[in-house]
Write a protein that binds this ligand. Structure first.
Ligand code: AMP
Length: 408
């Protein structure tokens, strides 16, 4: 095989989806990416893919195909057929490594080469991430069948947060629960927070080890991290992604006694309570929509619940920025905004930042308005003591880089 053809494949398996992205290695460059959606629903299963604008031959081309796939293995096989037809007929021989996004890795702080031991760890962690780790394991199984003998690496959403000190990751519960059942805060979106901290250091022109940032990943799922010298010292999500900010469908922080009270009063089962808190709460529960654009529209039309949802979303982000400024002892180089909301909504960034001037967060209105739609930039005024950065997150790129660090 010519050295030019070596490729890396990144996979991200959800309960009924399988996302993929191809990276060329000589030189390192992102290639085609896509997603198989509604796996198991033969009538509606779709494969969507797009080639990067600069790809030779298929410049910016997009595909949308209806292909039935009964499970992740079937989806993986169809993705392979599609890639062989549209990227390279020799693809299965060109792939030299596969990187998997895995949500929960318990105490693993680094990406892990997949072998029996590490796969067992991902299985163990499924107790704490029952919705996320099992599909991840299915993605691993599918890729191992298609690429037998190719090194595969798991990159964990929890890994970046493993540097949190015990006073940040422990809950005020009997110590036994931590020792015997691993009940503690883990944090999620770690690949994104890691990428954002690294990019921010580059934009600031400082070594990562001397850079303190607060990274705000604001999307349908949202979390914030306090990063000191490139190491995470606290993050808003906890043992599961339910803790922290108000999200699209998750409640975020609240008194745990609410759960007990609601279970008793409404007679809800554990499963029903889980669905209530993870799928029916947050912006959806408050306003009827989990899409912040709809909530903003509603607020502009004067709908009181939409205005409330919007105000709660903004207020929680402000509270976390404030508390993480304290966690960083007031030494914050930059606050970073990313993901669907953070990258695209100058309105939300403005609402968050304008009242925080006295804390040294001074937003430049024109730069804020201009930095949307996947643009990267500094939206603070030249005199702002804290830089305010918008950085489009790229979890696949980070997974590809971390996979290469393991496979060499
Ligand atoms: P993500 O989960 O990162 O894909 O982000 C999805 C969220 O971003 C949804 O709540 C969208 O409503 C929100 N979003 C995307 N574009 C905008 C925008 N221009 N203004 C406000 N929210 C947006």
């Amino acid at each position: 095989m010519s050295a030019m053809a070596r490729k890396l494949l990144v996979l991200n398996a959800g309960s009924s989806s399988l996302k993929f992205k191809i990276f060329g290695l000589n030189p390192f460059a992102a290639g085609m990416g896509g997603m198989f959606d509604r796996i198991g629903d033969a009538a509606n299963c779709t494969l969507k893919a797009s080639a990067p604008a600069e790809a030779p031959g298929s410049k910016g081309r997009k595909w949308e195909l209806k292909i039935p796939a009964k499970d992740h293995v079937g989806a993986m096989e169809s993705i392979m057929d599609f890639i062989k037809e549209n990227v390279s007929s020799a693809f299965s021989r060109e792939v030299v490594a596969v990187g998997h996004r895995i949500v929960h890795g318990l105490d693993l702080s680094q990406p892990a080469l997949l072998n029996e031991k590490t796969i067992d760890k991902i299985r163990q962690a499924a107790v704490l991430a029952p919705l996320h780790n099992p599909p991840g394991l299915q993605g691993i199984d599918a890729a191992q069948r298609v690429f037998s003998g190719v090194p595969q690496v798991a990159v964990f959403d929890t890994a970046f947060h493993q540097t949190m000190p015990p006073h940040a990751y422990m809950y005020g519960l009997p110590y036994d629960l931590y020792e015997k059942h691993q009940i503690r805060r883990y944090g999620f979106h770690g690949t994104s927070h890691k990428y954002l901290a690294e990019q921010a250091a580059e934009m600031l022109g400082k070594p990562l080890s001397e850079t303190n940032v607060i990274t705000c990943h604001l999307g349908n799922g949202s979390s914030i991290a306090a990063v000191q010298g490139g190491r995470c010292i606290d993050t808003s999500m906890g043992m599961t992604p339910l803790e922290g900010l108000l999200m699209g469908t998750r409640s975020g922080d609240m008194d745990p006694a609410v759960v007990l009270h609601v279970q008793k009063q409404l007679g809800l089962s554990v499963q029903e309570t889980d669905t209530l808190l993870n799928k029916k709460s947050g912006l959806l529960g408050l306003t009827g929509s989990n899409d912040l654009r709809t909530v903003i529209e509603g607020a502009h039309k004067g709908e009181p619940r939409s205005a409330l949802g919007l105000a709660m979303f903004v207020y929680r982000v402000q509270k976390y920025i404030g508390s993480y400024t304290a966690a960083l002892q007031g030494k914050v180089d930059a606050v970073v905004f990313s993901a669907g909301i953070g990258e695209n909504s100058s309105l939300i960034r403005g609402l968050i930042l304008q009242p925080m001037q006295a804390m040294g967060l001074i937003v430049d209105a024109a730069a804020n308005d201009a930095t949307v739609g996947g643009r990267q930039g500094d939206i603070s005024t030249p005199t702002s003591p804290v830089r305010l950065l918008v950085i489009p997150t790229d979890e696949e790129l980070s997974i590809a880089q971390q996979t290469l660090q393991v496979t060499g």
